[in-house]
Design a protein around this ligand. Structure first.
Ligand SMILES: Cc1cc2nc3c(=O)[nH]c(=O)nc-3n(C[C@H](O)[C@H](O)[C@H](O)COP(=O)(O)OP(=O)(O)OC[C@H]3O[C@@H](n4cnc5c(N)ncnc54)[C@H](O)[C@@H]3O)c2cc1C
Length: 315
């Protein structure tokens, strides 16, 4: 453990839209925020080329470009942006302790957690190839569905989110084929009924994804296995949506914070407050519903304001 302990008024963990927005507000409120970027500086948006739905960018923007601008905006007001990864916390006392890279010990008056969530993928080499290329694999229908208007797409998943996303896509796309790995949905009956009743959604139960096929640049079809007949065949598609869940990056907090069964941090509704005073949450780490950059940024703002008011009340 460390020899020196640094005292921090407002620590922000994570550098996605939630973290940087919190840093902008906290810096402008003279809270001297320190932000640790983690393993993925800029967060999830650094893995996408086209962001068309963040207000203010008339012609869209690439994810990495947008995140560099958010970082610069936070630095302009004096936010201290650092490399490093929060590896351990102790929220048992009045001062919140956080360790960075298992070495640096921080004693914080307030902590804003904005560690995001990671989409789960199938793990197929071809899936990862087209994901990296930005060539037709996505884990976010709301983000990317628009690019597949009037086209045929395949979605894999069987839960409520998968049904929600399939239904969303059905309004934009010519045809949506939904692959369900087992013989039944995991979704609630009402969500299952909604996709079953949608004319341009074809549901294939007991089907596995074998491979994402394409010309090396873009997706052209999905090879699937019908496990009932043992037959393998190709479904033409320009988009492949993976809706098999997300994993919130919240493991290090679970000893102290109230999480739901998937690991999302539970906040007091309408605020960024967690069950520990002085510890706030923003962005996808607490949001399994919207999962958008703008909602992450909005809750980042809320967390900084909540932290500022908490400190003011203690004075
Ligand atoms: C491919 C893709 C495309 C998308 N496209 C869009 C789009 O077009 N429009 C849109 O609105 N949304 C889009 N999204 C969703 C959007 O990216 C997320 O909703 C948003 O990034 C969530 O922001 P966040 O700040 O909560 O967390 P994230 O962006 O997930 O960032 C989390 C941050 O926390 C850090 N971190 C994690 N653990 C630790 C730790 N222990 N210590 C320190 N740091 C840590 C990470 O390094 C990262 O910087 C897309 C997502 C993906 C994956």
């Amino acid at each position: 453990m460390s020899d020196t302990i640094e005292k921090i008024k407002c620590l922000i963990i994570g550098s996605g839209p939630a973290g940087y927005t919190a840093a902008i507000y906290a810096a402008r409120a003279n809270m001297n925020p320190v932000l640790y970027q983690g393993m993925q500086p800029g967060g999830q948006l650094t893995t996408t080329n086209e962001v068309e739905n963040f207000p203010g960018y008339v012609d869209g923007v690439t994810g990495p470009e947008m995140m560099v601008q958010l970082q610069k905006q936070a630095e302009r007001f004096g936010a201290d942006i650092r490399d490093g990864w929060a590896t351990k916390v102790d929220f048992s006392g009045g001062i919140h302790k956080v360790w960075i890279n298992d070495a640096i010990e921080l004693h914080c008056e307030t902590v804003i957690i904005s560690t995001g969530a990671s989409a789960k993928y199938l793990g197929l080499a071809s899936e990862q190839h087209y994901l990296q290329m930005g060539g037709g694999v996505s884990a976010c229908a709301v983000c990317d569905g628009f690019f597949y208007r009037n086209q045929e797409v395949v979605i894999v998943g069987a839960g409520d989110s998968a049904c929600e996303e399939a239904h969303y896509l059905s309004k934009l796309c010519k045809k949506v084929t939904m692959l369900v790995r087992s013989e039944k949905f995991r979704a609630s009956k009402i969500m299952e009924e909604r996709v079953r009743k949608t004319e341009n959604i074809e549901i294939l139960l007991n089907h596995d994804t074998v491979e994402v096929l394409g010309d090396g640049q873009v997706v052209e079809a999905i090879k699937v296995l019908n496990k009932t007949t043992n037959e393998t065949y190709d479904i033409p598609a320009t988009g492949f949506f993976v809706a098999i869940g997300h994993k919130p990056n919240t493991d290090i907090f679970k000893e102290y914070l109230t999480l739901d069964e998937t690991g999302y941090i539970i906040n007091t509704p309408g605020t960024s407050k967690t069950n520990i005073e002085g510890v706030f949450v923003a962005g996808d780490a607490a949001d399994h519903v919207y999962r958008q950059a703008i909602t992450a940024a909005g809750t980042g703002c809320m967390a900084a304001l909540d932290a500022e008011r908490y400190l003011a009340a203690k004075e």
